[in-house]
Design a binder for this molecule. Sequence first.
Ligand code: ADP
Ligand code: MG
Length: 371
Amino acid sequence: MVTAAPDAPGSRSGASGGLGEIEIIERFFAPLCRNAPGALALKDDAAILTPPPGFDLVVTSDMIVEGVHFFGDDAAGDIACKALGVNLSDLAAKGAEPLAYNLNIALPGAPQADWLAAFAGGLDSCQQAFGITLTGGDTTASPGPLMIAVTAFGLVPAGGMIRREGARPGDSVYVSGTIGDAFLGLKIRRGDADAAPWELEPEARDVLLRRYLRPEPRLGLRAALRAWASAALDVSDGLLLDFSRLCRVSGVCGVIEEDKVPLSHGARRLTMRHTKLLRELLVGGDDYEILCSVTGGREPLFEEAAAAGGVAVKKIGKIVSWGEGVALAGSEGAPATPGRMGYEHFRRDHESGDLLRRIGDESASARETSS
Ligand code: ADP
Ligand code: MG
């Protein structure tokens, strides 16, 4: 059903009398199902998925909302890749092979063919890069922002999904890729005042921006995780917050060594010049890297398997049998319990930088008093 929605100001609105729901589905989305006979060319009420014998179906959903996860005037292809990428990141963290996804989209204003073509093009390139195909969804008008919810389906050998539960004292803690780039990219994208004096070269700026706009799911890590990880999750809301979630579900405590957290070249240079930034990177969010624990003694095997999958991993901490929650160990001495740990919806903390700055100050003074 489609009810008339007012034209919203923005790039997806145009003169009405244009595209309807059925035409959008047939023209832009049905071609994305070409490798999924079970999608029935999006001509039925539902699709059919048949997992091969001996496999479990892993199911995950993530929604992205204009003004929360992306900007309305981001390129349509980037928005598409983010919507799919954040879900593929969940599959990667669970050790799952991508199989199929459903796409639910609420479009403000009158849909524009150009925008939809670019959006579908983004999905198509992401599908091909990561071996997944569209199988269905829903298309509605939105009286508010653009919203895109993807549900992704993946496969693991029966019983083989890597969970958040499973980390044990003595395990090593690893993270993939680099942390904090997307947080810096968001500041650049938003034109934050504190990013103005950064003086980054255009290439370095583009790398950080791209990390925010198009998260790269670490699917190359899935075999290594299935073989050697005791627990895993993807880091989407901040390294410290997501680590604390893994520890809580596993019923353990953990320590991250601040100095070991992998940073990109650009992020490293910025933290050298602006020292307080480092703590912000650890709670920034939007990383879409994988954090996992590996049983003590298996580290070389995990590292070898990760390298074979083409994903850089770095040991950043350990699971311990003492303490409470998670702690940060800095070069300056005793582990300090971090303050704000990441991004949580419905909390006002992240709406201003004040709390972050305050926590940066607090932890600095905590370090001074402890030393
Ligand atoms: P119903 O009204 O019975 O729910 P729809 O008209 O919403 O059916 O959808 C018809 C078909 O189009 C279904 O197969 C559905 O999965 C598919 N579909 C609708 N919107 C999308 C979308 N955004 N992406 C992919 N498939 C879609
Ligand atoms: Mg429907």
